[in-house]
Design a binder for this molecule. Structure first.
Ligand SMILES: Nc1ncnc2c1ncn2[C@@H]1O[C@H](COP(=O)(O)OP(=O)(O)OP(=O)(O)O)[C@@H](O)[C@H]1O
Ligand code: SF4
Ligand SMILES: [Mg+2]
Length: 335
């Protein structure tokens, strides 16, 4: 079996807040294989972004306590020295944030930012790095890449900027690409181009991808596996078919609008976004003692649901390739 690109074990993140410690990520374990795409879904505040920022050491150290293991190609990101982590970001792991302006320096040209990134991680002279930067901009579909190199971020449209950020993330052919709502703000044509590009990179270079999104159409279209987060925990994971067609956790069923068929395109070809589950998630400063979904669960049981945390257990409905797991005492209706 091929070694995973990323192996996350028991990742926990606690943040210091004025209301006391916030338990934002609570024992997350998953792997990303070479060329594999793992989609991470869940409502706002479920800990998706914090869980990936923690991997790359991007949370403020005075506020965040991160524990567990996160092996990137065998090396633990969580115990790495800061200088090593800086080297790894880029060639090892590239990240694309939702808002491209948070990743781009407004006072430097696109070319300078790309060239600096390329040169920081490889023994490349300036002219060669500039040629590589132009090639990359061409690959992400930017018109007239040579000219774009000399422009500043504010001179580009939002879609163009996002493509530049993706070009920067891809510039080092990362083993792992983390896309956090990377295409959410883009129109569907640009989104499709970017997805094609990432898929090409995966096919060419075996890049493992973590794709955080609210868009079930994207999940159904690109993911190999889906990880459903709630209250900082993985409440369900499995192949895209298992999770979308046989959701086992009441929360996943709620997200899918209770009807798994909603995950598929309708007659108009449009796949609906994640449905809304009535109620709101618990604050990470005050998580329930038992099942994290208990206060909102429409099929909750007795004292067990309220007081005992259900483990992430393998279900009988698993596909032959990968286990289908859910953290609930009740798995009725999952097949
Ligand atoms: N710097 C911080 N200090 C305190 N709490 C924080 C901080 N960053 C995030 N949180 C809290 O951590 C929880 C998880 O936030 P996170 O940004 O990971 O959610 P998310 O799943 O990415 O949501 P969204 O879909 O809105 O992007 C939220 O309750 C949020 O308020
Ligand atoms: S453990 Fe109980 S409360 Fe939690 S999701 Fe399952 S049925 Fe609902
Ligand atoms: Mg987020």
């Amino acid at each position: 079996m091929t070694a995973p690109v990323l192996e996350v074990e028991e990742l926990r993140v606690r943040l210091r807040t004025p209301r006391g410690p916030a338990h934002v990520v609570n024992g997350l374990s998953y792997t990303v294989g070479p060329g594999e795409t793992v989609a991470v879904v869940g409502e706002s505040g479920s800990g998706k972004s914090v869980s990936v920022l923690a991997l790359l050491g991007l949370l403020p150290p005075r506020v965040a306590t991160v524990t567990g293991r996160a092996l990137l190609q065998g090396e633990d990101l969580l115990t790495m020295r800061p200088e090593r982590l800086r080297q790894v970001r880029g060639p090892g792991a590239g990240m694309v944030f939702q808002d491209p302006m948070t990743s781009l320096n407004p006072v430097l040209t696109i070319g300078r930012q790309l060239v600096e990134g390329i040169r920081a991680h490889g023994d490349v002279d300036k002219a060669a790095a500039r040629r590589r930067a132009a090639d990359l901009l061409g690959e992400v579909g930017l018109p007239d890449p040579e000219r774009a190199l000399d422009r500043y971020p504010h001179e580009l449209s939002g879609g163009m900027r996002q493509r530049v950020v993706i070009a920067i993330a891809l510039s080092n052919e990362p083993a792992l690409l983390i896309a956090d709502e990377a295409t959410t703000a883009l129109d569907v044509t640009v989104q499709a181009q970017i997805i094609d590009l990432v898929e090409k990179l995966q096919a060419d270079r075996g890049t493992g991808v973590i794709w955080i999104t609210h868009d079930l159409g994207v999940v159904a279209g690109i993911a190999d596996r889906v990880l459903v987060m709630y209250g900082g925990r993985c409440v369900e994971d499995g192949t895209v078919d298992d999770v979308l067609e046989h959701p086992a956790h009441p929360y996943t069923r709620g997200l899918l609008g209770a009807l798994p068929d909603l995950a598929r395109p309708g007659p108009d070809g449009v796949v609906p976004d994640l449905a809304t589950v009535p109620g709101t998630p618990p604050p990470p400063t005050d998580l329930p003692a038992g099942c994290v979904f208990w206060p909102r669960c429409p099929v909750r049981g007795d004292a067990r649901c309220e007081h005992e945390q259900p483990p992430l257990a393998v279900l009988g409905t698993a596909s032959a390739t990968l286990p289908h797991r859910a953290a609930t005492w009740c798995t009725e209706g999952s097949s």
